[in-house]
Design a protein around this ligand. Structure first.
Ligand SMILES: *[C@@H]1O[C@H](CO)[C@@H](O)[C@H](O)[C@H]1NC(C)=O
Ligand SMILES: *[C@@H]1O[C@H](CO)[C@@H](O)[C@H](O)[C@H]1NC(C)=O
Ligand SMILES: *[C@@H]1O[C@H](CO)[C@@H](O)[C@H](O)[C@H]1NC(C)=O
Ligand SMILES: *[C@@H]1O[C@H](CO)[C@@H](O)[C@H](O)[C@H]1NC(C)=O
Ligand SMILES: *[C@@H]1O[C@H](CO)[C@@H](O)[C@H](O)[C@H]1NC(C)=O
Ligand SMILES: *[C@@H]1O[C@H](CO)[C@@H](O)[C@H](O)[C@H]1NC(C)=O
Ligand SMILES: *[C@@H]1O[C@H](CO)[C@@H](O)[C@H](O)[C@H]1NC(C)=O
Ligand SMILES: *[C@@H]1O[C@H](CO)[C@@H](O)[C@H](O)[C@H]1NC(C)=O
Length: 488
């Protein structure tokens, strides 16, 4: 009886297992080759056209934060991903940001052209002006008390938020920032999130000429009473965060781009090309299963000082940070006079390294360009200049590639990539000419394939990265450079 029964059960089980095997989907764990093959330049181009149409139907013809163009960009990306509710959980993370509305300034009753500065509050302050020596990047530049005073500070070297924090810490009522380049200081940002211990104070931006004239008067012993009024408004602009429902949520590969443009134009290479490449990859990935969770982010307010990514990282508890094995950042992916630039995560070229795992990410990109794509490549400084900066500071390994921004292509790079020497990688960088007509399609599809390779490789396995324990022990040799950042 017992034997007979067990035989029947066994036979039934065998049949059931055979049926299940027939029904079970084939093993479709994502591979580099399959994901790369799913990419198509036409799909990328049609998305770029959509983004450009969004920009051009916005009143100021851009996708800058706070604009209709940016809101529509966020809605478009969100809606594309939200079409796959079983594959991705999608979250809109509101990032509160104060943006400037208007400002007015008089000095000794003479009015001076002034512009509001993002992140600074509204206010009306009056008091004697004090010029801060040096650049105001160091607490020792400031007098011990600025009680009742307004500080006049030169632009340059460090984020203006630090300067305003120092002035506020010494009791200043307000700050006047003066430019270190020609032209007025319109569209400027304090660029670091406000510090509770030294809250921001009303700040206005003026030209270098106007600032130097005030310094000269102060140096000649004059007292200058300034009257500054600023108006700002707080907007909630959204980060988009999408994560696969499949894959190990404790081991995440995090891929980021950003959704905003500068005010000058539609921002299609800068940085529509990066955001769209990762959108297309996120959509194609839905045809595959993953072993590790894949998270995609489209950051807001990169232009104002990496604020979307900074806010995200600042809000993330340590236990969540620990789950991110690697963050990869993708910006300008279709530069007309491109070079294939890999972030120097191991510091071999520029002596700036990232947390443990950053060197391995560079190695994997290099492996891809050398052995799979068989394309020449070069390195760029791992300086935290884009949205990966806040991740580096939080001790999270990072990496990325770029096609090039305002830098000039060298003779040596022309031998590697073709194009024109002595010309910017992207002559339209931050200009109104950054449109669909000025994208390099060869660069864009090759860069997109490189991203797909990385996504698929780490979605399969993190074996090539240092173990989590080793990564946490790794020292962060990264040092923040204080040059080049356009929002400084
Ligand atoms: C499925 O395929 C992937 C990629 O080729 C491989 O890493 C994985 O081991 C396979 N899984 C199974 C269950 O066969
Ligand atoms: C500014 O003008 C007001 C009158 O409009 C006058 O009372 C005041 O003294 C002037 N201040 C300075 C610094 O010239
Ligand atoms: C915030 O304030 C603290 C204490 O004053 C200071 O050490 C720190 O550098 C400030 N951070 C920023 C981003 O301003
Ligand atoms: C500055 O002056 C202009 C023109 O009078 C006015 O429209 C604007 O509201 C003022 N802004 C502030 C912050 O006072
Ligand atoms: C998934 O693959 C099919 C067949 O190749 C393709 O038609 C479809 O567009 C892909 N899915 C997505 C979301 O792109
Ligand atoms: C776009 O990406 C490039 C390269 O990372 C960066 O230099 C540039 O500032 C970004 N543009 C904007 C508008 O943030
Ligand atoms: C690299 O940077 C470190 C730390 O800043 C410094 O000690 C070292 O001398 C540098 N090495 C080179 C080759 O520049
Ligand atoms: C790579 O660079 C070499 C010069 O170092 C050049 O001869 C070759 O054509 C380049 N390859 C490609 C694919 O551009």
């Amino acid at each position: 009886m017992a034997i007979w029964k067990s035989l029947v059960v066994t036979a039934a089980l065998v049949a059931a297992v055979a049926d299940a095997a027939a029904l079970r989907p084939r093993n479709n764990t994502v591979t580099s080759e399959a994901l790369r093959k799913s990419l198509d330049i036409e799909a990328l181009k049609s998305k770029a056209q959509i983004l450009q149409d969004i920009a051009y139907s916005s009143p100021d013809k851009n996708r800058v934060i706070g604009s209709q163009g940016h809101e529509d960009t966020v809605a478009y990306i969100h809606d594309q991903i939200a079409k796959f509710p079983e594959y991705y959980t999608v979250e809109l993370q509101p990032v509160p940001i104060r943006i400037g509305v208007s400002a007015n300034l008089t000095a000794s009753n003479q009015s001076i052209e002034v512009y509001p500065v993002s992140l600074a509050p509204s206010g009306h302050v009056t008091g004697p002006l004090v010029a801060i020596p040096n650049l105001g990047c160091d607490a020792s530049d400031f007098p011990s008390s600025l009680e009742g005073k307004i500080a006049l500070i030169f632009r340059g070297t460090c984020s203006f938020g630090y300067k305003v924090g120092f002035a506020s810490g010494r009791g200043a009522l307000g700050v006047i920032a003066y430019n270190n380049a020609d032209g007025n200081l319109n569209g400027y940002s304090l660029s670091v999130l406000e510090n509770a211990t030294t809250p921001y104070i009303p700040t206005g931006g003026i030209s270098r000429t106007a600032g130097e004239a005030l310094v000269a008067q102060l140096n000649s012993g004059a007292e200058i009473i300034v009257d500054l009024t600023t108006e700002s408004k707080t907007i909630a602009t959204n980060n988009i965060i999408a994560q696969t429902t499949g894959g190990d949520p404790n081991n995440v590969i995090h891929i980021g781009g950003h959704s905003d443009s500068v005010a000058a134009g539609p921002g299609i290479n800068d940085n529509g090309s990066g955001s769209l490449a990762i959108l297309e990859i996120a959509l194609q990935l839905t045809n595959f299963s993953v072993n590790n969770a894949v998270r995609f982010s489209w950051w807001t307010a990169e232009e104002e000082g990496l604020l979307g990514a900074s806010y995200y990282v600042a809000q993330l508890p340590q236990a969540e940070k620990d789950k991110i094995r690697l963050f990869l950042d993708f910006d300008m992916m279709a530069s007309p006079n491109f070079a294939y630039q890999i972030y120097d995560g191991d510091g071999s070229a520029y002596n700036l390294t990232g947390p443990a795992g950053s060197a391995e990410a560079e190695k994997e990109f290099t492996n891809y360009f050398t052995n799979i794509a068989k394309l020449n490549h070069t390195e760029i400084e791992f300086d935290g200049r884009s949205d990966y900066g806040p991740f580096l500071e939080a001790g999270i390994a990072a990496g990325g590639i770029a096609g090039g921004a305002e830098g000039l292509k060298t003779e040596e790079e022309v031998l590697l990539f073709g194009g024109a020497a002595g010309v910017q990688y992207d002559v339209n960088y931050h200009e109104d000419g950054d449109t669909v007509d000025n994208l390099n399609h060869e660069c864009w599809i090759e860069m997109s394939r490189a991203i797909a390779h990385m996504v698929a490789t780490y979605a399969q396995s993190f074996d090539s990265l240092p173990s989590k324990k080793a990564a946490r022990r790794g020292t962060v040799a990264h040092k923040k450079t204080k040059t080049h950042q356009r929002w400084i």
